[in-house]
Ligand binder design. Structure first.
Ligand SMILES: [Fe+2]
Length: 179
């Protein structure tokens, strides 16, 4: 699976430009204020690595991000047999913002972020090795797909404050789900 960015006009999910070059994707996202990086492992990491092993494998990248003033991070692991997975998928399928940055590093697996900005929808398929920083106030939604699988490092300004403020728009219904 390859990281890609599909660009649509906000009222036409068909009008598409697709980028697969990482630098081009990162430059475009930067123009929207969104951070996007590739992180390399610093130590071998197995599919069944514990959160502590994940933390050790990405220590210098995590340290660099935490130095930007973040308060906490954790490691989450989602797979198709995780409890309440349908509810978990639905939770952020509607368009929303956060008052905190949404910062994620995909240790493994994938997920689709949809960013609604400048009259367009940017569908960003994140895969293993991708780091994304959606600044507070970015209008977006997220689909983990019908058989969700990802392991991610999440970084928080304030873990207690990280909730979605839903815009009430039905725009996310008009765009293809991550299948
Ligand atoms: Fe979100």
């Amino acid at each position: 699976m390859q990281t890609s960015l599909t660009i649509c006009v906000e009222d036409n999910p068909q009008a598409k430009e697709v980028l697969t070059d990482f630098q081009k994707i990162a430059e475009l996202l930067k123009s929207l204020g969104i951070g996007f990086e590739r992180w390399e492992t610093e130590a071998p990491l197995s599919d069944t690595a514990s959160p502590a092993e994940v933390q050790a494998a990405y220590k210098s990248s995590i340290d660099r991000i935490m130095q930007q003033g973040y308060k906490a991070f954790d490691v989450v692991s989602i797979h198709p047999s995780s409890p309440n997975i349908e509810e978990a998928r639905k939770k952020f399928l509607g368009e929303h913002i956060h008052t905190e940055d949404e910062v994620r590093f995909f240790v493994d697996g994938s997920g689709m972020f949809y960013v609604h900005a400048v009259g367009k929808v940017f569908m960003l398929l994140c895969t293993k090795g991708d780091f994304i920083n959606l600044p507070a106030g970015t209008t977006h939604w997220f689909d983990m797909g019908p058989k969700p699988f990802f392991k991610a490092i999440r970084v928080f300004n304030n873990p207690e404050g990280w909730v979605g403020k839903f815009t009430g728009s039905d725009i996310s219904d008009k765009f293809p789900k991550y299948e």
